[in-house]
Design a protein around this ligand. Structure first.
Ligand SMILES: Nc1ncnc2c1ncn2[C@@H]1O[C@H](COP(=O)(O)OP(=O)(O)OP(=O)(O)O)[C@@H](O)[C@H]1O
Ligand SMILES: [Mg+2]
Length: 453
């Protein structure tokens, strides 16, 4: 329910306002003073404020100012005495959304309130979109020091200046999209648009319309001509993400666009010419998709002109810490925090993890850790992947009576791996740190099948 804050010192007036709003389905919080009103504003999830200007502890303009500065997406509607237009103008100059004069018409108030809520939501959405857009305009910051990553970057630098079609392959979260953006930005089309289509995320019955657009009157509700994403990408780059999930009928339409550089909108016969650079990505093995008959072979060869394979994070462990530091900086800046450093133990823990979700998983874990960490150093307890790890290791078919034993075993494995990473694989130093004999450590390593890194 949308929560509205009323700040009004006359109880009868406040009650009347509350009743009017509640009858329209709003939830209402009331306060009689500026101080209590601001308290509520900071504590509660308020979506709009209606305030009187003459309040026992000061001028209601203070509320207008505070909200404008601290909560730019909460509209404030002020109530003024009948005829005092000057005050109303002053309040609007200070940033009030609108005013109503007392005595007011309830319908008018509701109308203004609803419009205010709509306007401000829209403003917010536009900003978000702009932000999304600016993300497209900027060359992404790409981190990596491993030799595997360097050879990926070298391929990018070679192919970016050309119009060659690129196929980016890699497990989920390895950085396929960031690589696609980099290729676009390092090439001659950097100033043109980069349009992404996620073939897996757009519902099947909408995707054709999304990609190819439609003519006016193509179907009921198609009141206007709508250009598709291929047209929007004209002269720029189209990024076909999760191409392995594209359904067969669209695959053949896509093939035509790639071969002829032309397309027809849904419901149309007019041919539209497009000049596109194509980058496709998939986390599936497209060759086996072809063998299984799910992906067109001719389309595969069209796309597989210049493949770039991104190795999973666990195969390029040197990138883990630099990436972690990069994400730390990103999230700390976003949360207005001084970026914490990584303790030796947390580095060891990050290095020992499997990272099945690759860089994306690392990014998520760092985000959570930055939220949890209050001091200057990130410690292992700030990473809560232990829980997932334990759940993974214990398995789903372990009876309760054996859980403790199974968890202890997992904890031992984790601890031994962490210390081995810390000592660079030196077992006798690891045994010292773990305070067990060298022989015991060797037995455990063998028993648990711990690999030497
Ligand atoms: N080398 C890198 N440097 C900086 N950030 C990176 C790097 N690799 C990945 N990231 C970040 O990690 C996140 C996941 O990367 P991205 O979305 O490119 O992966 P993906 O392979 O497309 O994943 P999915 O298969 O889940 O769509 C993104 O937020 C991206 O910015
Ligand atoms: Mg992706």
């Amino acid at each position: 329910m949308t929560r509205v804050l009323i700040i009004e010192d006359k109880q009868s007036m406040a009650d009347m306002l509350a009743k009017t709003l509640e009858a329209e389905g709003f939830s209402v919080l009331s306060s009689l003073t500026i101080k209590d009103g601001l308290d509520l504003l900071y504590r509660e999830n308020i979506k709009a404020v209606i305030t009187d200007l003459k309040l026992p502890d000061g001028d209601g303009l203070k509320i207008v100012k505070t909200v404008r500065e601290g909560f730019p997406f909460i509209p404030v509607i002020v109530m003024t005495a009948f005829g005092s237009i000057e005050t109303a103008v002053k309040a609007i100059k200070e940033g009030a959304y609108d005013f109503i004069s007392k005595p007011f018409d309830p319908d008018h108030l509701i109308y203004i309130l609803k419009r205010a809520l709509e306007d401000l939501t829209l403003q917010k959405e536009n900003l978000v979109l702009k932000h999304e857009f600016s993300k497209f305009l900027k060359m992404p910051e790409i981190i990596g020091v491993s030799s595997q990553w360097n050879s990926v970057m070298e391929k990018i630098r070679k192919v970016a200046p050309l119009k060659t079609t690129v196929l980016v392959l890699g497990e989920s979260g390895t950085g396929k999209e960031i690589i696609a953006r980099a290729i676009h930005h390092l090439g001659p089309r950097a100033k043109e648009s980069f349009i992404a289509v996620n073939c897996a995320a757009i519902p099947k019955d909408l995707i054709e319309n999304e990609i190819f657009g439609h003519e006016k009157g193509a179907f009921t509700g198609a009141a206007e001509l709508k250009p598709g994403r291929f047209e929007l990408a004209d002269k720029g780059t189209i990024f076909l993400d999760e191409i392995g999930d594209m359904e067969a009928s669209l695959q053949s339409k896509l093939l035509r666009v790639l071969q002829e550089n032309e397309l027809e909108r849904v419901g149309g016969t007019k041919t539209v010419h497009v000049d596109l650079r194509v980058i496709a990505a998939s986390n599936k093995n497209l060759e086996s998709e072809v063998s299984a008959g799910r992906f067109r072979e001719d389309l595969f060869y069209r796309l597989n002109v210049f493949p770039i394979i991104i190795p999973p994070l666990r195969e390029r462990r040197e990138d883990i810490i630099p990436l972690a530091r990069h994400f730390l900086g990103l999230f700390s800046a976003e949360m207005n925090k001084q970026a914490p450093s990584l303790s030796a133990d947390s580095e060891a823990m990050l290095l020992a993890n499997e990272w099945k979700g690759n860089s994306r998983e690392l990014k998520n874990i760092i985000e959570r850790a930055v939220i949890l960490c209050e001091g200057p150093v990130l410690q292992p307890e700030h990473f809560n992947f232990m829980k997932c790890f334990l759940a993974d290791q214990i398995g789903t078919d372990v009876p309760l009576s054996e859980v403790a034993q199974s968890a202890a075993r997992t904890a031992e494995i984790l601890r031994i791996e962490t210390v081995l990473t810390q000592t660079g694989g030196n077992k006798s130093r690891a045994a010292d740190i773990l305070r067990v004999s060298y022989k015991t450590l060797l037995t455990k390593i063998k028993e648990y099948g711990i690999k030497n890194r």
